[in-house]
Ligand binder design. Structure first.
Ligand SMILES: C[S@@+](CC[C@H](N)C(=O)[O-])C[C@H]1O[C@@H](n2cnc3c(N)ncnc32)[C@H](O)[C@@H]1O
Length: 181
């Protein structure tokens, strides 16, 4: 069921030039979820639900919370999530992540950051106290938008609190950081 929704979103993204994470990077998210089995996931940057659907459909238990600033996109994401029959697994939160994150009273095992590139460090610092020991933090576009997230990359690559690695796809890269304590 979810795969036909994924294919439809891919077609729409191609047509409209929407910046979805896509298959190759999506596979990294899926592999991490299958391997580490995170219960609660926080995503920052829903767009129309592509990465949320990919991730949630590979979660055995728990819930994915995803934050989207743009109301129209959040509405489309909810429609796609409903079509994928994942409403019980995904909660779309509408608003600016900088305002929404502090209101969440939930502990997370995984964080996927894919919103405003210059704000990655701010999102992480706001979410950090809600991340469990061993939590996985994935950041997209760390090669394409490197100059806008130097603060974020310097932090996760040098902080003793994280063990961080970069997955290079040539045209772009993802940063995977494990919160050690
Ligand atoms: C690259 S897209 C997300 C793509 C999505 N993760 C996927 O792969 O399907 C980035 C999204 O982040 C949203 N965004 C930007 N700044 C935000 C903020 N401060 N809070 C929440 N969402 C934000 C944008 O409206 C946009 O829809």
């Amino acid at each position: 069921m979810y795969s036909s929704v994924i294919e439809k979103i891919e077609e729409e993204a191609e047509r409209e030039g929407l910046p979805i994470v896509g298959r190759r990077k999506g596979k990294v998210l899926i592999d991490l979820i299958r391997r580490y089995k995170p219960k609660n996931i926080l995503e920052i940057g829903t767009l129309i639900g592509y990465s949320a659907i990919l991730m949630a459909s590979n979660m055995k238990k728990g819930k994915l919370y995803t934050i989207e600033l743009n109301e129209l996109r959040a509405k489309k994401a909810r429609e796609n999530i409903e079509r994928a029959m994942l409403n019980n697994k995904i909660e779309v939160l509408v608003g600016d992540a900088k305002q929404v994150i502090p209101k969440l009273n939930i502990s997370f095992d995984m964080l996927f950051i894919d919103a405003e590139k210059s704000e990655y460090f701010t999102y992480l610092k706001l979410a950090e106290e809600k991340l469990k020991k061993g939590a996985i933090v994935v950041a997209d576009n760390v090669k394409m938008a490197e100059s806008r997230m130097i603060d974020y990359l310097t932090y996760v690559r040098n902080s003793k609190s994280y063990k961080s690695l970069t997955i290079d796809f040539g045209y772009d890269a993802m940063e995977i950081s494990f919160k050690l304590f």
